[in-house]
Design a protein. Structure first.
Length: 404
């Protein structure tokens, strides 16, 4: 197995490298800055990454924990680097560890504290290496079982719109004692692929995250797509417009703290991004005005003006907002470029990001049915569910073969 060590103080690692070699881990690459690590991981798939969490970005730079954070972000959000099976952070300083501890906790990575006076830290790394060495057999046996899983939060009108997307859907079948899915095949690039669709039992991030995790566990899809309806930001999108969420976050995440004689809510959102390869193709699709006009004109009923596909930040929360005020507060306090608000996407993205290999790439196409105000119409919800399903279907038929 291959191990990559990124540390600007290689002298302190001599004992570790010697122990690794004695245990049969001889294929070790050692680099001393983040740029060299990127180059190594762009060419080689490593089983274990041992990362000093305070290191220079380039040889001429001063060490900084931000260099490690940026490198980890590239591993998580991009598709130009091979992501190691396991990642361990190494630090000799409590200050550096505290700066990135939340990131490591979010992704269930380990942090190892370096010590010059004992070898306990080396034992921790050897244990992680031993686990990673046993894992490839299991990882190689775990391959994608289906191409696409499509998830909605509402049976009507969201799931019903998916089932009317032009594919021939088979009758529902159970994948466990609770969840039922329906299967269909579709064409992309002259080849045939398989999709499964499911609907969550209720709205909200918790329910959708749990169903997404089940779909990932049982079906192992390459793409995990969420469709449905959402609230849009007035001036950023029109009724019926489809929003491609990137990034997504839980706008209610944070901590309530004491502020004098009262309490205040301290916002601490954690954003999850879409793979660059997905976003770039969504960007191509949104420029196809002929296709978007056809979607609008095919609708059997009243439809608003020109249909658009818009890419941008979409926030998730646990409540339906209909006061006409809360969305503007989120825009002012958290993300001025926000384009929409809904209740599930962040949970689905989190399920995908925390899944074992092979991980699916998540994406969400949700269409605007209101502006988080009291004006909510069933007819507009049906139209938005239709445009969402239609655009997601075209995205898969047009681009999915390019991800194989």
């Amino acid at each position: 197995m291959k191990i990559l060590i990124v540390d600007d103080q290689p002298a302190r690692l001599r004992g570790l490298v010697a122990r690794l070699d004695a245990e049969g881990f001889s294929d070790v690459t050692l680099v001393q800055n983040a740029m060299a690590a990127r180059e190594a991981m762009s060419q080689t798939r490593f089983s274990l990454l041992l990362l000093d969490i305070c290191l220079p970005n380039r040889p001429v730079d001063e060490p900084s924990d931000q260099s490690s954070v940026d490198l980890l972000s590239d591993l998580l959000q991009g598709d130009m680097l091979w992501r190691p099976q396991r990642i361990l952070g190494l630090s000799a300083y409590d200050e550096s560890a505290a700066a990135v501890a939340a990131l490591f906790k979010d992704y269930t990575w380990g942090l190892v504290r370096y010590a010059a006076d004992h070898d306990g830290w080396i034992d921790q790394i050897l244990n992680a290496a031993a686990f990673a060495r046993e894992e490839p057999g299991r990882a190689e046996a775990r391959t994608y079982l289906t191409d696409v899983a499509i998830l909605t939060a509402l049976r009507s009108p969201e799931y019903e719109a998916v089932l009317r997307n032009g594919w021939t859907w088979e009758p529902a079948r159970p994948i466990d004692n609770v969840l039922f899915v329906q299967r269909a095949v579709f064409q992309s690039g002259g080849r045939t692929f398989t999709a499964h669709a499911a609907v969550a039992p209720r709205m909200g991030m918790v329910s959708s995250a749990l169903i997404a995790a089940k779909l990932i566990e049982h079906l192992r899809p390459r793409l995990l797509i969420m469709t449905g309806i959402c609230a849009g930001v007035s001036g950023k999108a029109q009724l019926g417009d489809v929003l491609f969420a990137d990034p997504s976050w839980d706008y209610q995440s944070g901590k309530r703290v004491k502020d004098g004689n009262s309490t205040a809510f301290s916002i601490d959102p954690h954003q999850l991004d879409v793979a660059a390869s997905l976003r770039s193709r969504a960007d191509q699709l949104r420029s196809d005005r002929t296709f978007l006009r056809k979607v609008r004109d095919t609708w059997q009923g009243d439809a608003p003006g020109e249909l658009s596909l818009t890419i941008g930040p979409v926030a998730s929360g646990s409540a339906v907002l209909a006061d006409g005020v809360s969305l503007n507060e989120i825009k002012r306090q958290q993300q001025r470029t926000i384009i929409g608000l809904e209740m599930e996407i962040y949970g689905v993205f989190a399920a995908a990001h925390l899944a074992p290999d092979p991980q699916p790439m998540p994406a969400a196409f949700k269409a605007v049915c209101d502006f988080a105000d009291p004006d909510k119409e069933d007819a507009m919800q049906r139209y938005a569910a239709y445009t969402s399903a239609s655009v997601a279907t075209e995205f898969l038929e047009r681009y999915y073969a390019e991800f194989i």
